[in-house]
Design a protein around this ligand. Sequence first.
Ligand code: ANZ
Length: 796
Amino acid sequence: MDRYNHKKIESKWQKEWEKADIYKTPDEKKGAKNFYLLVEYPYPSGNLHIGHWYAFAVPDIFARKKRMEGYNVLFPIGFDSFGLPAENAAIKNNLDPRKWTYKNIEHMTTQLERMGNSFDWSRKVVASDPEYYRWTQWLFLKLFNAGLVYKKKGEVRWCPSCQTVLANEQIINDKCERCGTEVGRKEMEQWFMKITDYAERLLSDLDALPWPEEIKNSQRNWIGKSDGSEIEFEIKDKREKIKVFTTRADTLYGVTYLVLSPEHPLIHKIEDQIKNVPEVKKYIEEAKKKTEIERTAEGREKTGVKLEGVEALHPGTGERLPVFVADYVLGHYGTGAVMAVPAHDARDFAFAKKYNMPIKKVISPGDESPQCYVGEGMLVNSGEFDGLTSEKAREKITKKFGMAKTTYKLHDWSVGRQRYWGCPIPIVYNEKGEPQAIPEEHLPWLLPDDVDFKPTGTAPLARSKELQERTEKIFGKGFRPEVETLDTFIDSSWYFLRYLDPQNNEEFSGIKKQKKWMPVNRYSGGAEHTTMHLLYSRFFYKALYDLGLVSAGEPYIERFNRGLVLGPDGQKMSKSLGNVVNPDENVERVGADTVKMYLAFLGPYYETGQYPFDLSGISGVRRFLERVWYLKEKIIDSTPDESLTKKLHKTIKKVGEDIENFKFNTAISAMMIFVNEAEKSEKISREDFEKFLKILAPFAPHITEELWHELGNDSFIHSQKWPEFDKNLVVDESVKIGVQVDGRVRGVIEISKNASEAEVKKMALELPKVREYIDGREIAKFIYVPGRVVSIVTKE
Ligand code: ANZ
């Protein structure tokens, strides 16, 4: 008997599939429905790690099953190849980031091919290819011309050692990811995209999306909509006013002081009135060093400084109110200023205690209420508003002293990076320094080569002679190029559209193709992208929709966030812990089919899953495939073992349903149970074995292809139809049970032993005799003792 030789089998079939091009997405397939399965394209970091396998090999099971079900499946792959790591590696090893990137792409492509996935490689998209970024620039300009891109002074996070702006994701625990230096802040002109214009739609359109609630809630919280009021307080002896944002206008009469954020521009404007300027300035400097998370952390001791000499006036009572600067108030939320109500807000309460500010109750439940009552109630000590409910008072007080206002936590998206390895921003500046769009005929606006990309505090592109000369040659003397590159999240905001039409030189993605494929049917990716990439790309897509460039209002119908594969020690894999699992070694030892199936077997493919990689588990899966391999010895062509056939059909049903729900682990368990049974049986019919191979094929594509051919088949197993289960064979043994109405048996139903109570109830109530005895009366009780009796008690 020949042994299961995974090496021979895997390389053989990978070549055959490639030769026959069996995974190429057919442009047209009569009668077939299109299905777009998307996985997040990887960053070309150099080597595939086990996380990549988890991200790609497991959803491939679903792609294969859909294809076997007759869907026209689009399952593409590419590389998110611009970005910081390439530049870092280049700086460290004195390499060209382009060479580093493309070498990695080549290597990772070979590794991905060894995975044996059913990717359509003819659609490979590489974000750093000029053919791709030409369209990234084109789309950027569409948004620029539509007024959705603008330049503004804003605060950036700045690494004083690397002399560069950092994106949030490059800051780990407030330190620069690259050099570990504490990150500071800096004001500079920056490019922004107006994602806040879309805040409301990004929020409300979530409701209809069939995404997991946790993902939707993360986005909801990130967008952070808040309905409240803006109220102005005059400053004594000044023309300026302090405008606050509050969600509790009903507490206006309980305000005992105001607080400005350290970033608030008013502080400069009223500086002449402030008597303790040095103290205030020192405090502002200290605040700059803190992160937003630190500043707003619950339980952290609140700090602040009183602006001596400054007083605000209460709009209702005319009372004089002290004004503080304190870092628990954030600069870019609401108006950057708050009215403090210590009696009804916990933060204000803590602050007031510390700085001896008066605490004035204006919402009752009366004296017995806690010192700080944050709930709603009836107004007291509030002049003409006394006796109103909080809700009514909010409406009236807002009307009299301010206006209703909705704010969002979401900020505009900062999209410029002072980086070399990114998509050049297609903008030039005229003599007056005004930004101008580069006309389409000059796209792609190429990333220059003559650049020393070592960070020195200015953008590397500023040091390219070629770029400056190119700009002047095309636009004239005095023009200068934009020297920033785009955030890579822009590249990934539309890559799924390029997959539809990757060779198109006229358009970024033909609208006909878009109509055929979009929105993406199912998108599988990492949980870390819930609020960044997933939100950015939804915004981008909506903006393009408004410009008539895309065909739907949302880019993705379903979204699945996968879990994590941990190191064998149960810790997150990291080089420093030395617990990184190398997939190549395992593929070499046990085969791609085993590695893939092992990963699928870890547990449900959901965000909550955290699974240590365990070598004994992988051996178990390998043994399972070996047992499948030897099952062929039992094949007979004569009458099948009926009870085994029955078990097979149940397995087909279960596996099909589980794959649909990304519950690959329980699908595998079901197949394992089936193989146990098959081993116990003396024979397995060829027909049954072939059907079993078909349902195993998406999980273990190589071994099943080999066995399928050994049975004498010429076609590929992956082009076969997904087997249908026989409905009659999947019903469990049924039982007959009596149905009692008010204590007397009035009929009998025959049901499956596993029928649910709801099914039983439905059947029982449909019996004509039972209906007759119930005779329209209300049912007081319905009791089902599984497999034994149904008892219905009616109301007298
Ligand atoms: C007075 C007040 C009284 C408030 C009270 C709350 C309770 P959400 O729901 O998150 O939107 N706030 C406003 N702007 C702020 C800023 N820039 N930094 C920190 N806090 C700010 O929170 C809105 C509430 O957060 C606002 O309502 C304001 O405090 C505070 F009994 O105003 B409230």
